[in-house]
Design a protein around this ligand. Structure first.
Ligand code: SF4
Length: 707
């Protein structure tokens, strides 16, 4: 009798915002064979090193498998009673806004939706933020300022069809590898030119036709200079600017004060004049230009202005909403976009609605919410400061590790100790965040990738299914189910009577279409009635999918020159001149930049299980230029202590010309759970962008010395 064919499950990679399709074939023993999904439009079968090693990360080693209260194993009933009872008591004694949630771009949209509904609609606290604040909130703010909505205008096909791709603050070759492969393919197929703008000469920079290794934080000068150059050259799309935008003159006037010509741009950025001139000529002469930007832009105290300076140049040339042309935000996390959709950021309500009175009322009526919040809550940095100050009494952390990843991570840990109630929904038993404790601490075991079921949205607005193909281990449960149980215990039963992730998705889609009338970008009306069966089998879908267009998404927006501002016009933004929020001193003469390595993800709780991935960069390190290393008598491989105003860490020196003199680079992946005295988050000063609240993670004044 022939063996039955193994079941192949289509799912989505849990790492970066490219959102690659994965085929998982479970082996019946808790493992699975993993390959790329050839039908998924993000990756067409390809996977990068992290995605292809997913099968090596499925063991239950180190998993949190049972609830615990103050370190002792507990039943789910006792754990949920403790959570619900504690939240009710704290809300009654201190007000609902003494309760906070800190969520994650790793959560599925359905989990995110229920967390947001429970907190902002029923408990009544606006203090709900997410690690996506550290990832792309400046892109969100820039989109809203320019387009009136948080809309990524283009799609991945634009990268295939561009003649010029400008990558700003993005080591795409390592951090969005499958998209980078598409760019390299475009170069081979149609001769696409690649310009890389980055203070570090990363692998992406090595592959560039033109590498612009500018001084840290000077991006607004480069793109201000470009705007001036386009205007002086007559390379604007004057008809587009006139018909579809507002604010051009003010933006151009400001740009002239920052970088009036090529020579001034070169001085302001530290680039060679010839390189600046070459870039400007390429941009001016190439209609099909995509400018893709990532954390080097976003993770900055001027991140919103940096993104708007880029968008200004695309609006000025009418290069938006067209094949092969547009500004493009590369999202870091697998579901940062889904978190934006449900309102997981403190400055959003739900379904891309904010806090205009009519929007608050619309969401209140849709949810029949007893305590709808009416204004913005605390963003991540301010939220943890409020924990430290004792204003936040209860904190529920879901699927993230802020004691490693937040700036001033030592302060975050000390703050958590002050909480009356500290709840952690986590798949990992011994993460730094799960090890921490408040006065009462409840650990709730969560499902991990391969066990949970729902949707994620990638950088091009494409919603893909994450499907389960493994049994739930121990007593781990879906986050949405746990949140719903707490909602019922708090007396909100009917609003949290979800039967499964499909029901949550339908409600989320219905809210997006509720009294929408095409006035907002985010609209899933075409799938508001999706059946359980169709949800289970859903192919990747791109929003918007308004009811009238059924389930057919739209690859590009703004092709008609209509934006989501009140008058339909896009806005130019007069950006600020570049200035680092904190400057170097004699005692701390280096600028510390932080970021990722190729083969690890976030705080290594999954990728750390793969020996193959760990071999790429085995120890925590700091990159230093050879001239600086020589002057400090630091040799390659030496241990060095890096110190900042916020803290210190001991890292292995990597002497390399990839960093500029006077700068350092360290990856933030290592934690107390994986190394000793090596949490780079503890070094980061983290001054927030005044518009987006996204903290500066790329430029902290630092000292370095041999150990
Ligand atoms: Fe996963 Fe991103 Fe790699 Fe694709 S590019 S396989 S989504 S980590």
């Amino acid at each position: 009798v022939p063996e039955p064919a193994p079941t192949v499950v289509k799912t989505t990679c849990p790492y970066c915002g490219v959102g690659c399709g994965v085929l998982a074939t479970p082996d019946g023993q808790g493992g699975a064979a993993i390959v790329g999904d050839p039908e998924h439009p993000a990756n067409f079968g390809r996977l990068c090193s992290k995605g292809s090693a997913l099968g090596e990360t499925l063991s239950l080693d180190g998993r949190l498998l049972h609830p615990a209260i103050d370190g002792a194993r507990a039943s789910w009933d006792d754990a949920l009673d403790t959570v619900a009872g504690g939240l009710a008591r704290i809300a009654a004694e201190h007000g609902p806004d003494s309760i906070a949630f800190y969520l994650s771009g790793q959560l599925l949209t359905e989990d995110y939706y229920v967390a947001n509904k429970l907190s902002k609609g029923f408990i009544g606290t606006p203090n709900v933020d997410t690690n996506s604040r550290l990832c792309m909130s400046s892109a969100v703010a820039a989109h809203r300022r320019a387009f009136g909505s948080d809309t990524v205008p283009g799609c991945y096909e634009d990268l295939d069809e561009a003649d010029l791709i400008v990558l700003v603050g993005s080591n795409t070759a390592w951090c969005h590898p499958i998209l980078f492969r598409r760019m390299v393919d475009a170069r081979a197929r149609r001769g696409t030119k690649l310009v890389v703008v980055d203070p570090r000469r990363t692998q992406t920079g090595e592959e560039a036709d033109l590498f612009l290794g500018l001084q840290p934080g000077t991006d607004t000068a480069l793109f201000s200079g470009l705007l001036v150059h386009l205007a002086d050259l007559g390379a604007l799309d004057a008809g587009f600017v006139e018909a579809h935008t507002a604010g051009f003159d003010a933006a151009l006037d400001r740009a002239r004060t920052i970088a009036p010509d090529v020579a001034a741009t070169a001085r302001a950025t530290g680039l060679a004049e010839a390189d600046v001139a070459a870039f400007f000529a390429l941009f001016a002469g190439t209609a099909r230009t995509v400018t893709a930007f990532s954390q080097g832009v976003n993770q900055s105290a001027q991140g919103t202005d940096k993104a708007n300076a880029i968008i200004n140049c695309h609006l000025a040339t009418g290069r938006i909403g067209k094949a092969g042309a547009g500004p493009f935000s590369l999202t870091g996390q697998p579901n940062a976009m889904g978190g934006r959709e449900v309102g997981g950021l403190a400055n959003m309500l739900a379904a891309h609605m904010h806090f205009a009175p009519e929007e608050v009322d619309r969401v209140r009526r849709f949810w029949d919410a007893p305590r709808i919040v009416t204004g913005e809550g605390l963003k991540a940095v301010a939220l943890f400061e409020a924990v430290r100050a004792g204003r936040i009494k209860a904190l529920w952390v879901m699927g993230t590790n802020p004691i490693v990843s937040m700036p001033r991570a030592d302060i975050v840990r000390a703050a958590i100790a002050k909480l009356d109630l500290y709840v952690v929904s986590e798949a990992v038993a011994d993460s730094d965040t799960a090890r921490a404790a408040g006065r009462t601490t409840v650990l709730l075991p969560a499902l991990a990738w391969g066990e949970k079921d729902g949707t994620v949205t990638n950088s091009e607005r494409r919603i893909s299914r994450q499907r389960c193909f493994l049994e739930a281990p121990g007593e781990a449960r879906a986050d949405w189910a746990v949140l719903s149980d707490v909602g019922r215990r708090l007396g909100f039963g009917g609003a949290f009577a979800f039967e499964g992730s499909a029901a949550i998705f339908r409600e989320h889609a219905a809210l997006s279409a509720f009294e929408n009338g095409g006035s907002r970008d985010f609209d899933l009306g075409g799938v508001r009635d999706i059946s359980d069966r169709d949800y289970a089998a859903a192919p990747p879908l791109q929003w918007p999918m308004p009811r009238a267009r059924s389930r057919e998404g739209r690859a590009r927006l703004f092709a008609d020159g209509r934006f989501y501002t009140f008058d339909g016009r896009a806005r130019f933004v007069a950006v600020q001149a570049p200035a680092l929020a904190t400057t170097v001193t004699e005692a701390r003469p280096f600028v510390l930049n932080t970021g990722r390595v190729r083969d690890h993800w976030h705080t290594m709780t999954r990728t750390g299980k793969s020996q193959r991935l760990s071999a790429h960069r085995a120890v925590p390190f700091v990159e230093i230029h050879p001239d600086d290393a020589a002057s400090l008598a630091i040799a390659n491989g030496d241990l060095a202590r890096v110190s900042t105003e916020a803290g210190s860490a001991v890292l292995e020196a990597m002497v390399t010309e990839s960093v500029r003199p006077g700068t350092l680079f360290a990856a933030f992946h290592w934690s107390d759970a994986t190394a000793s005295d090596a949490r780079v988050g503890a070094l980061v000063r983290g001054v927030p962008d005044p518009v987006s609240g996204q903290p500066e993670l790329k430029a902290t004044p630092a000292a370095i010395e041999p150990v």
